[in-house]
Design a protein around this ligand. Sequence first.
Ligand SMILES: Nc1ncnc2c1ncn2[C@@H]1O[C@H](COP(=O)(O)OP(=O)(O)O)[C@@H](O)[C@H]1O
Ligand SMILES: [Mg+2]
Ligand SMILES: [Zn+2]
Length: 377
Amino acid sequence: MAENERYIALYRRFRPETFDEVLGQEHVVRVLKHQIQTGSVGHAYLFSGTRGTGKTTMARLLAKGVNCLMGGDGPVPPSGVLRPCGICANCIAVKNGALVDVIEIDAASNNGVEDVRDLRDSIIYPPAAARKKVFIIDEVHMFSKAAFNALLKTLEEPPEHILFILCTTEPGKLPQTILSRCLKFDFRRVPMARIAEGIAGICAKIGIAITDDAAALIAANADGSVRDGLSILEQCVQAGEQTITREFVLEIVGSPGDESIAELTGHVASGDAAAALVRLDAMLADGMDEKRIMDDWIEWLRSALLIKFVADPERILNRSAENIAAIAKQGAAYETAFINEAIYTLAKLRNEARWSSSVRILFEMAIIEMSERKKDN
Ligand SMILES: Nc1ncnc2c1ncn2[C@@H]1O[C@H](COP(=O)(O)OP(=O)(O)O)[C@@H](O)[C@H]1O
Ligand SMILES: [Mg+2]
Ligand SMILES: [Zn+2]
């Protein structure tokens, strides 16, 4: 591998080219595969969900799928042939952004009225080179009211040769009139194990060794976003390490990780200040930053608190299902009052730490205070 080849962002180099390469999102893949194979693709789709979970990727797969040349040019390929193939002229052209009939609009980069007007003009004409003209509109919630109105008009009477794919992280900001005209798919956070597998696979492809626990730690920090996972991997790769280890990942992410935080909480909750201080010392020795530990600890406690009260915590918390399950299990042992007080103490500490040059000792005092309070109980 050429040395400089490494520096093309991994998330660009490794965008799935076929459905089988997609991690997670099986509920979307199953339906789209079926629709493409049977020629029953709709006119408008809405892909919603957290960033980095595969919305744009899936939109391009669908665009390729309806235009893939594999199995002939007819609407339905012979059974056994899977579209998109990823290797025919049309698939390659979509991959390179070179198929004139697949048009990507980024609603975030302008308010979109002009684009939508152009779009309304352009949908009148049949596709130039492909079977279907596909409009992929990213971050569609950023459209202005006028742009939505223009879009709505085209969605009301969509011509046969047109396919709209709307992507958004905030479906709640879309008008009901648009929502009701789309086939909706909610993209889920990708399970940790799948991200870890994907990361290990990419490392194998680029000839870099990675330990299982390092891949798992990257996946844990990605919190369900494959793209975030790849960004962390990218930083590890760029640091030039030949083997990526767990210790090295810890250095890169600079975060204590949930296990350390859970341990710290456990010691404090059982009134064992000594054990908590030793744990903190080990974390700092690992190169973690005091303020980062405070932030992560507060966030962990907040999660533990919300999980106790909210039926569907995944909606509010920026965490994967596995993370939430682990915190729920650990947090169940703690009373609400303890969690509340700990958050209060740490939040106050975090504020003081901003202005202090002796952050560590303030941190240690807070840990002793929390532990002692627990002991008195
Ligand atoms: N489900 C997934 N499976 C495999 N790779 C993914 C997945 N989701 C995201 N990625 C990786 O992250 C990159 C960005 O994903 P993208 O589809 O643009 O996410 P979104 O549009 O949801 O923000 C992709 O190029 C790919 O490398
Ligand atoms: Mg996207
Ligand atoms: Zn193809």
